[in-house]
Write a protein that binds this ligand. Structure first.
Ligand SMILES: Cc1cc2nc3c(=O)[nH]c(=O)nc-3n(C[C@H](O)[C@H](O)[C@H](O)COP(=O)(O)OP(=O)(O)OC[C@H]3O[C@@H](n4cnc5c(N)ncnc54)[C@H](O)[C@@H]3O)c2cc1C
Length: 561
């Protein structure tokens, strides 16, 4: 089977919304860009960029034409043609990732060529050109993601939790990939033979048509696709930010835009909890709402645009603290030296005590309600949403919008104790949502996939229901365990900062300075905590973003001290 012919029309980027994806630059704009790089001839047949190449240059075509092709490993495919006064590239350039496509000259002419560093200099100094370039690069990537045109092919099964994990990891990192399902796509077996994979070894991720990864971890995927290749781990950073949720990304944007040398470590994918929200409607400036993934993708590109480095699928395992220097030890043993550290590791979902819960995670039990999870459901499937806070309310409304029956199970006697009024009102008005108070799940059953749920209601009555999908939106615990007692925590395990630190906390931590901790500073000088992981934080995107940005002003003070 030809993957190309089965999946995409020819030149999908050129045919899709051309003015947005391939804007035409004015001669004045091209002259300004030329000041940052060199002008050189190009010759028909010349390969300007090879698929998988690192340190990808940027080209503006003054004369001639360049074709963009997916390398042959995944089925050669013409993706776009870049013509005179247009430019090459997608957001990978900004993120410092390897090229996904091969660029070859099809008509001789002349280009302006910039290295990645020169391109960064350009977008940081020329606001007008930056806007044109960034908009096109982001939209090209969104089109590639939507059309599955990239350097990765995932073969798996909708019934497999590992397949869902890999899909979510690639999607939340905005990495375009083609997905083929063992149970639905007829010619999958031919492909498995071609790459010498047995059906029992699925899911399998094929990178650039070369590397075949069988049920890879997120770290293995990040490594194979070159997410972190360019990042220097050895030199001491002004600030190491742990966690790339809204708080960490905001800190990165403000740090890098204010000239600090910033590195972000992210255990999974940028966006954190917010990245899993199907629609955030109360974030300032987005009156019609924005998906968490889009918000995260924009913030990630913004942080990289200003020069922050973001390491994906790398967990902080320990904080090391000396008097004037800190370090963050990674899960692979390396330590990143830092003058200051911002802890933005957020919170994780609380799980009910059901012995076989793990067996159904991803195959009937979910912790997010986005289009990705919804794709697992058949039309008309009834679902359960567990929880009484805003995330549960949003999930219930999202899942009910197609007329599906949704049972909201909550342990308390009413939703109004914990949910915003606007959500509460919409839930009350939705005829297909049934709220069941003082009710909790007591058993899950199924063979492979969840098939049956038993709950106990307020009267003590136990009943069993043929429901195949449960969305657990039951609150969170702080991701502060990795700090291993290095900073003072509150009784619930969240990090205490600034005025919340008592004299006893500071004495126990042997606070060494004459001054008190700054706002958002922990019981360790130069170590800050922001967002959901911080004691007393209001668990909202806006407060996480606000705290991330405020912390940077105190980082400046510590560096100046
Ligand atoms: C489904 C859902 C819907 C929501 N909807 C809204 C809404 O509409 N409006 C609103 O205002 N708020 C909403 N929230 C709440 C909001 O998303 C959170 O308050 C916000 O994401 C907190 O941001 P944060 O950066 O502090 O933490 P998080 O978003 O939790 O991000 C923390 C990041 O740190 C990473 N991390 C954890 N440990 C480590 C480690 N050891 N090393 C490296 N990285 C690590 C995690 O992988 C994660 O990416 C929603 C939450 C959920 C779950």
């Amino acid at each position: 089977m030809s993957i190309a012919s089965a999946t995409t029309p020819s030149a999908p980027l050129t045919s899709a919304n051309a003015p947005l994806l391939f804007p035409v630059l004015s001669s004045a704009q091209i002259s300004r860009i030329a000041c940052h790089g060199l002008v050189r001839p190009i010759t028909r047949g010349e390969v300007l960029i090879e698929g998988g190449q690192t340190n990808v240059p940027f080209f503006v075509v003054r004369d001639g034409e360049i074709e963009v092709i997916r390398p042959s490993g995944l089925g050669a495919l013409l993706v776009a043609i870049v013509r005179a006064n247009q430019f090459t590239g997608d957001i990978s350039m900004i993120l410092g990732r390897p090229a996904q496509m091969r660029l070859r000259v099809i008509e001789s002419g002349e280009v302006v060529q910039l290295t990645r560093d020169q391109m960064h200099g350009l977008i940081q100094t020329d606001a007008e050109i930056s806007e044109v370039l960034m908009r096109a690069l982001i939209h090209r990537r969104m089109t590639m993601v939507a059309q599955g045109v990239g350097d990765a092919l995932l073969i798996g099964s909708a019934q497999s939790a590992a397949t869902l994990r890999i899909k979510a990891f690639l999607a939340r990192n905005d990495h375009p990939f083609k997905y083929l399902d063992l149970d639905r796509d007829a010619d999958v077996r031919d492909l498995l033979d071609r790459f010498r994979v047995e059906p029992g070894e699925l899911p399998v991720l094929i990178c650039r048509g070369e590397a075949v990864l069988k049920n890879p971890s997120n770290q293995e995927i990040a490594e194979c696709l070159g997410f972190n290749g360019r990042i220097d781990r050895a030199h001491r950073r002004d600030v190491v930010i742990v966690g790339a949720g809204p708080a960490g990304l905001a800190a990165a944007v403000y740090a890098a835009s204010e000239g600090l040398d910033a590195l972000v470590l992210e255990a999974s994918s940028p966006g954190g909890q917010a990245g899993s929200s199907s629609r955030i409607e109360n974030y300032l400036g987005f009156s019609t709402g924005i998906s968490g993934q889009e918000l995260a993708g924009r913030a990630y590109a913004q942080a990289e645009k200003f020069g922050a480095d973001v390491m994906i699928a790398k967990s902080a395992a320990e904080l090391t603290c000396e008097r004037e220097a800190h370090g963050v030890r990674l899960d692979d043993g390396a330590t990143i030296p830092a003058r200051t550290v911002i802890v933005a590791t957020g919170a994780r979902y609380r799980k009910p005590a059901l012995s076989n819960l793990g067996q159904f995670e991803g195959v009937g039990v979910y912790y997010n309600a986005t289009f990705m999870e919804e794709a697992q459901l058949d039309d008309g499937d009834e679902v359960i949403v567990v929880g009484g806070a805003n995330s549960a309310g949003q999930a219930a409304l999202f899942l009910a919008r197609t007329g599906r029956r949704v049972h909201v199970l909550v342990r308390s006697s009413s939703l109004s104790e914990s949910m915003s009024r606007y959500l509460l009102r919409r839930i009350e008005e939705a005829s297909t949502i049934q709220v069941r108070t003082r009710t909790e799940i007591v058993a899950l059953e199924g063979n492979g996939h969840l098939e049956r749920v038993t709950w106990r209601d307020g009267t003590g009555a136990v009943s069993s229901h043929g429901i195949r999908h449960v969305f657990l939106m039951t609150g969170a615990e702080a991701n502060a365990g990795w700090l291993n007692g290095h900073v003072a925590l509150d009784a619930k395990g969240f990090i205490k900062t600034g005025p919340d630190l008592t004299p006893e906390d500071l004495a126990a931590a042997e606070w060494p300075l004459d001054r008190s901790p700054y706002l958002l500073e922990t019981s360790r000088p130069g170590v800050f905590a922001v967002g959901d992981v911080r004691s007393g934080n209001i668990k909202r995107v806006a407060s996480a973003v606000g705290e991330g940005s405020i912390a940077i002003s105190f980082v400046h003070r510590v560096l100046a001290d």
